[in-house]
Design a protein around this ligand. Structure first.
Ligand code: 5GP
Ligand code: ZN
Length: 114
């Protein structure tokens, strides 16, 4: 299967991890919609949130929280959005489960939905 996030997860494509656990890791998005735009990605290939097992939930939450805290600190942000696209109609382009984190600053006029 030709999946870009599987290749990043298994090291075929090198990446700089922001945070890593047994089942998830986070990296910067290649297309920075805002400075510090990050992705939390599952190590296993799940297509959408619906395929992620319930017992992964606490690790996923931890990975989202730790990534958001680190990236907010690094970019001097004081807020963040968490967005997860599922299936094509929602805007999901990469068919491997991931969560976007967008660090935010007051009046930054970020357009994270474009
Ligand atoms: P989606 O629309 O599927 O929720 O978002 C996929 C995201 O993956 C996009 O924001 C896109 O910029 C990002 N992306 C696609 N390919 C790569 C890659 O090779 N490396 C990284 N770091 N991000 C990628
Ligand atoms: Zn994959």
């Amino acid at each position: 299967m030709d999946c870009i996030f599987c290749k990043i997860a298994n090291g075929e494509i090198p990446s700089k991890k922001i945070y890593e656990k047994d089942n998830f890791f986070s990296i910067l998005d290649v297309n920075q919609k805002v400075e510090g735009h990050s992705l939390v990605i599952s190590k296993k290939h799940f297509e959408t949130l619906l395929d992620v097992p319930e017992d992964f939930a606490s690790e996923l939450l931890d990975c989202i929280k730790k990534t958001a805290i680190r990236i907010m600190k690094e970019k001097n942000a004081d807020g963040f959005n968490v967005i997860n696209n599922n299936f094509e109609s929602s805007g999901q382009l990469v068919k491997h489960f991931h969560v976007h984190i967008f660090p935010r600053k007051k009046n930054d006029n970020a357009n994270i939905f474009s």
